[in-house]
Design a protein around this ligand. Structure first.
Ligand code: PBG
Length: 327
């Protein structure tokens, strides 16, 4: 048959397939989200996220070691405080849980890159991502507390801060506060394109951060919208964001591609708790092959255009890269 172009030609063997591969995955772009809580000797499995744990500051080192052995050197801290109050004071306390974890990790793991989630919801008694005025989150009052939180993280040793609250103007507020205190080189990774998503369900269970009333739709984005995500991303870049994140990942890969075209800064995709738990549950039931699904979902995020991938499967993915199963 007269057929000059045969796409199958480039698929004929493993070596050739790898040679012509368009998407390469590298462990240096992986970030592992880790939950730290007050207490001693705690390694507590999260019921809705089998295989993921809450650690106390004295036990988290075990996980950091196994991440490093796999080739993952970046983590993002989420704190679970003992006490919550109306204004989320644990978020910016000098001896807050994230601040303590940072100091310990900074000392014991100098080779790791430490990022923090900057938000109020784990620290407020009402579970919203800022301070309330009636039943609404007061945007501008919250900015002051977010800036304070980011600064306290930098002071405790954070290499990078990542605001996830979705208040307007938070990147500018945080940048100003960091700069005024000499932290000119602490980058901001903004959760700029963050949707109000049911995929965060298991996380809220893990961190005890579900809102006690209402939902987050007045600050997180409506998932029917795409251009609004570009608007958010462009705004945050203007305010000084160094990296733009899209969250969740799997159902929002169109946004990863669009944001990559719209901005000139690196793009991160966060494969959130619900994505992790769905794969775990499907695999536990024997419906899907966990390893293959992990590789495929990770590759799809990079193919969509992310430079950085936040995932609870970071350690597994790093091993699969070493073993040649992905990458
Ligand atoms: C804090 C925050 C959340 C997540 C990351 N930062 C929860 C939320 O917005 O309700 C979700 C992460 C995940 O589901 O894995 N605001």
């Amino acid at each position: 048959m007269d057929m000059k172009i045969r796409p199958r030609r480039l698929r004929s063997g493993e070596l050739l397939r790898k040679m012509v591969r368009e998407t390469r995955v590298d462990a240096s772009s992986l970030i592992y989200p880790i939950f730290v809580k007050e207490g001693v000797g705690i390694v507590e499995e999260i019921p809705t996220m089998p295989g993921q744990f809450r650690y106390s500051v004295d036990t988290m080192g075990e996980k950091l070691v196994s991440l490093q052995n796999a080739g993952v050197s970046s983590v993002m801290f989420f704190g679970i405080p003992d006490h919550k109050d109306e204004v989320g004071s644990g978020a910016y306390a000098e001896d807050g849980i994230v601040q303590k974890a940072l100091r310990r990790a900074r000392e014991e793991f100098p080779g790791m890159y430490l990022i923090t989630d900057v938000c109020m919801c784990e620290y407020t008694s009402h579970g919203h991502c800022g301070v309330l005025c009636g039943h609404d989150v007061n945007n501008d009052e919250t900015l002051k507390l977010l800036a304070k939180t980011a600064l306290s993280h930098a002071q405790a040793g954070a290499d990078m801060v990542a605001p996830s609250d979705m208040m307007d103007g938070r990147v500018a507020a945080i940048r100003a506060e960091l700069d005024a205190n000499g932290y000119l080189n602490v980058p901001i990774m903004s959760y700029a394109v963050k949707y109000a998503s049911a995929f965060y369900g298991p996380f809220r269970d893990a961190a005890g951060s579900a809102p006690s009333f209402g939902d987050r739709k007045s600050y997180q984005m409506d998932y029917h919208n795409s251009r609004e995500g570009i608007k958010e991303a462009l705004l945050d870049v203007e305010e000084g964001a160094d990296i733009i994140m899209v969250k969740p990942a799997m159902s929002y890969l169109d946004m990863v591609t669009k944001i990559r075209e719209a901005v000139k800064v690196p793009v991160a995709a966060y494969s959130v708790s619900g994505e992790y738990s769905m794969i775990k549950a499907g695999a536990a039931l024997g419906y899907i092959d966990e390893e293959k699904i992990i590789c495929e979902t990770a590759a799809s995020a990079y193919r969509a255009g992310c430079d950085i991938y936040l995932t609870y499967y970071a350690e597994e993915i790093a091993w699969y890269i070493k073993e040649g199963k992905i990458g």
